[in-house]
Design a binder for this molecule. Structure first.
Ligand code: AHR
Length: 519
């Protein structure tokens, strides 16, 4: 059996987790909105058409902020189409997903849904086919109290009080040729800067995120981010980044190592943002918004196969069925996000329902939890607090991660992935929460943790997510096949912890302060 040693001290923190680190994403794409969060006539739907079973699962999952309405969709979106009397809204071709958009659901319905789900809304504006003018009008519609055209239009639509939306994305993946209105870094940087300026003039309290590179494997990565920040640095608060992990090659060890490239990506974007700051002699530190992340490859599409006969409404596309193995890689990504809590202050799991999602539904039928639901739920519930610096000593393995871009084959070396990937979070209640991934596919891992400064800890929760079959999934007929189960073999004596992690397992172990046992 392998062994890993971990040193952690409650006084040495990486940073505090921001509540927005536990976000998700709802796009007008496939059955995410229609048949997902919104399905009038569903047995659990309320008078507004919001599915009650989905709301209950969202509540259990625990996202804090939800990005909307895209994604690629937003780059062709006319927000005006989605407000006002539903029967008067236009039906349009959506060129992002080659679908028909009915606009039955729009900004106000989304805000109502967020209030029902008790999450914060995050809006993206269209900087693909539109620009700063449409963006500042949307800010006026949403956030200006009254007495102007768009504020009064909102009031006429039944929303007397402003929506007070704080967090705004300046477009989506503008570096990608698949994007409507795709731009060079210079073109986007200028448009984003002008949009940001005008949006802030309408509402100075906005928090703004500019589009960084779509992914680390983009040919323009780093140069794009650098130039976009040259134009926007003084006007924005966040730079975005996206990652979808894959296992196209059927190489599980490499999939489980791939979150280490997320670590690298984050650190590279931080370096670029800080280099731009240095060039300006600025002490400002931009934060990162990882506003799309997940595992996604089986249902990925290229532009050619997006075309569907007949421009369907809400077709069942991108309905990735997540395996046990995906949940492990996903858990590794959770650890990467937590371990960069000092700079990644916002992140959105892409997406929320049906479309590459933790929650699946059947139209007119039930809803259930996919495998990836569980690491996210545990991270959101137990990951709030101070993420601690950890020293992990453990054997490593070398691998190469295949991450193609379109038809171009690309591999990225990962020379030393420790078998143990771990994050430690000190809760405000004195607790210590360990998130631990054993990436060894065959051997268990004995983990010895030396936890300083916590006093006497008592075990309060120990759960593992594992299955002998890495391809096992949850489904309508077996919705609970993969779920957290009790983890045996955890011992604690003061601050000395030992735990035995099964091969290929994701684990959550929580300790709470206790009183010293009397001898
Ligand atoms: O989340 C699915 C798609 O992935 C989004 O629309 C786009 O931003 C990304 O490429």
């Amino acid at each position: 059996m392998r062994e890993a040693r971990v040193l952690v001290d409650c006084r040495f923190a990486i940073g505090e987790t921001d509540h927005r680190l536990f976000g998700a994403f709802v796009e007008h794409l496939g059955r995410c909105v229609y048949g997902g969060i919104y399905e009038p006539g569903h047995p659990t739907a309320d008078a507004r058409g919001f599915r009650g079973d989905v709301l209950a699962l969202v509540n259990e999952l625990g996202p804090t902020i939800i990005r909307y309405p895209g994604g690629n969709f937003v780059s062709g979106y006319h927000w005006e189409d989605g407000v006002g009397p539903a029967e008067q809204r236009p039906t349009r071709l959506d060129l992002a997903w080659f679908s028909t958009e009915t606009n039955r659901f729009g900004t106000n319905e989304f805000i109502d849904w967020c209030r029902a789900a008790e999450v914060e809304p995050m809006l993206a504006v269209n900087l693909g086919t539109r620009g700063g003018d449409a963006a500042r009008n949307l800010v006026e519609y949403c956030n200006h109290p009254s007495g102007t055209q768009y504020a009064d239009l909102r009031r006429a639509h039944g929303y007397e009080n402003p929506h007070a939306i704080k967090f705004w994305c300046l477009g989506n993946e503008m570096d990608g040729q698949w994007q409507m209105g795709h731009k060079t870094a210079t073109e986007y940087g200028r448009v984003a800067a002008e949009a940001a300026k005008m949006m802030r003039w309408v509402d100075p309290s906005l928090v703004l995120a500019a589009c960084g590179s779509t992914s680390r494997n983009m040919p323009t990565f780093a140069r794009w981010d650098d130039e976009v920040l040259e134009h926007t640095f003084d006007l924005i608060d966040f730079i975005s980044l996206h990652t979808y992990l894959n296992n196209y090659k059927g190489d599980s060890a490499s999939l489980l190592a791939s979150p280490d490239l997320m670590d690298l990506f984050i650190e590279e974007v931080v370096a670029i943002a800080d280099a731009v700051a240095a060039r300006r002699r600025s002490s400002k530190r931009l934060m990162l918004s990882f506003d799309e992340w997940n595992v996604w490859y089986r249902t990925r599409r290229t532009r050619g196969d997006r075309v569907k006969e007949g421009w369907p409404i809400a077709p069942p596309i991108l309905e990735e069925v997540y395996t046990m193995e995906d949940a492990l890689a996903f858990g590794g990504a959770c650890i990467s996000l937590l371990n960069h809590a000092d700079r990644v202050k916002c992140a959105c799991l892409a997406q929320l329902v049906n479309v590459i999602a933790p929650i699946m539904t059947e139209t007119a039928g039930p809803a259930w939890r996919q495998t990836i639901f569980h690491p996210f739920q545990q991270m959101s519930r137990f990951g709030r607090g101070r993420v601690l610096r950890t020293r992990v000593e453990c054997e490593t393995y070398a691998t190469s991660y295949y991450d193609p871009r379109g038809s171009i084959d690309q591999s990225f070396p990962i020379p030393a992935a420790p078998y143990l990937k771990l994050a430690a979070v000190a809760g405000g209640d004195g607790s210590l929460n360990l998130f631990a991934l054993n990436r060894d596919l065959r051997q268990p891992l004995q983990v010895i943790v030396d936890a300083h400064g916590f006093g006497h800890l008592c075990l309060s929760l120990a759960r593992e997510l594992r299955d002998d079959d890495l391809t096992a999934v949850n489904s309508k007929v077996a919705p609970e096949r993969i779920r957290p189960r009790p983890l045996e073999g955890v011992a604690v004596d003061g601050g000395n912890i030992s735990m035995r992690l099964a091969p290929a397992s994701w684990n959550l172990v929580r300790f709470e302060p206790g009183t010293e046992p009397r001898h």
